[in-house]
Design a protein around this ligand. Structure first.
Ligand code: ASP
Length: 351
């Protein structure tokens, strides 16, 4: 099926604008990039009119630099997609790049059983500048959000990031470069599509809903009582205790070395055990950009496992945070949360 065919009717896309470099311009007073009006973005991309799509837009107010993203934005985005779900074939979210991997990760958990694409995009250079990457990113995202298979089902019913001609699963993404156009990578999962002369879809990797006829579940409760402990040489017992045993913390993501290793010193393991026995959920993810945690290889990993630490496999820190916000917001029982952490819920881990 060609991209703009949809059983005889025009495909419809909702473009949701939250802010970010794609829609910024220099404010002469502040001498800094600030967001501008959405209609100016569309005026910069007349190519979109060549598609026979109906493209509507929704603009968040105020527009934000994504460094200011809060969970309330994710709840609003989920509510908006729920409200408009039946009216559109796909959704494109324009978002700043700095926290796009977090937002795409968390939306993948908040939108369960998706039957339609939700594609995040943005740019490294504002859309009004001569060498902008924003036009290509936006055009490819819209085409992917509208794409259907021969049965009329969405080709990519997932939350993804489309950037620099590559489509990656949202909860596998990481921002890895602050000045190249290839700003995002998905080290542990190949691209779901690549845009060249044609857009080539990696259909065997793309997740499909259990049923195309069932509405997704829109989860809007998040529990953000999560901390991140990055292990490093020279880390002190005080720092480890403050983070692992903090009274306001329900779960801690522990960023370990290599295949999930941490110091083997007695004080370290005993604080981990104390925190775990006090009911803290401790999730082990690796500091490496690729590869997976395996707590059965080294003695240091084994002692973490026996102290109650949960295996995060090849989950990114961004997806681990998102998964914990969602699971803690959904389940009161820590045992249930731990069981779900070790399951692949949305393609976020390889198991
Ligand atoms: N600071 C900007 C933001 O995240 C950067 C960008 O959009 O690329 O909103």
């Amino acid at each position: 099926m060609r991209p703009n065919e949809n059983n005889g009717r025009r495909s419809s896309i909702l473009l949701i604008y939250t802010g970010g470099t794609i829609g910024m311009k220099i404010d002469p007073v502040l001498e800094a990039l600030t967001p501008f009006d959405f209609s100016q973005i569309l005026a910069e991309v007349p190519e979109l009119a060549k598609y026979a799509y109906r493209i509507d837009s929704y603009t968040f107010a105020p527009l934000i630099d994504s460094s200011d993203v809060e969970p309330s934005l994710w709840v609003s985005l989920t509510g908006l997609i729920e409200e408009k779900y039946d009216m559109y074939d796909g959704f494109v979210i324009l978002h700043g790049t700095d926290t796009m991997a977090y937002s795409a990760s968390v939306l993948s958990f908040m939108l369960e059983g998706l039957t339609k694409p939700v594609i995040f995009t943005g740019s490294q250079l504002p859309i009004g500048t001569p060498r902008t990457d924003g036009k290509e990113n936006l055009i490819s995202s819209v085409e992917i959000a509208a794409a259907k298979d021969d049965d009329g089902h969405a080709l990519v019913p997932e939350v993804c990031i489309c950037f620099d001609n590559v489509l990656i699963r949202g909860n596998r993404s990481r921002k890895v470069n602050s000045d190249h156009f290839r700003a995002f990578r998905s080290e542990n999962c190949p691209p779901l599509a690549e845009a060249g002369i044609n857009i080539r879809y990696n259909t065997s990797l793309i997740r499909k809903p259990d049923s195309w006829n069932v509405q997704p579940t829109f989860h809007k409760t998040l529990d953000t009582r999560v901390s991140i402990l990055k292990i490093h040489p020279g880390i002190t017992p005080q720092v480890v205790r403050n983070i692992l045993c903090g009274p306001e913390t329900r779960a801690v993501i522990m960023e370990t070395y290599g295949a999930g290793n941490a110091p083997s010193k007695e004080w370290f393991i005993s604080i981990v055990r104390e925190a775990s026995e006090a009911g803290k959920i401790i999730l082990n993810v690796t500091q490496c950009t690729a590869g997976s945690v395996n707590m059965d290889i080294y003695a240091t990993g084994k002692s973490l496992k026996s102290a109650g630490v949960v295996n995060g496999y090849d989950c990114t820190t961004e997806a681990a945070l998102a998964k914990l916000f969602y699971l803690l917001g959904t389940f009161d029982s820590n045992d249930t949360v731990k069981t779900c952490l070790e399951m692949d819920l949305r393609g976020e881990i390889s198991k």
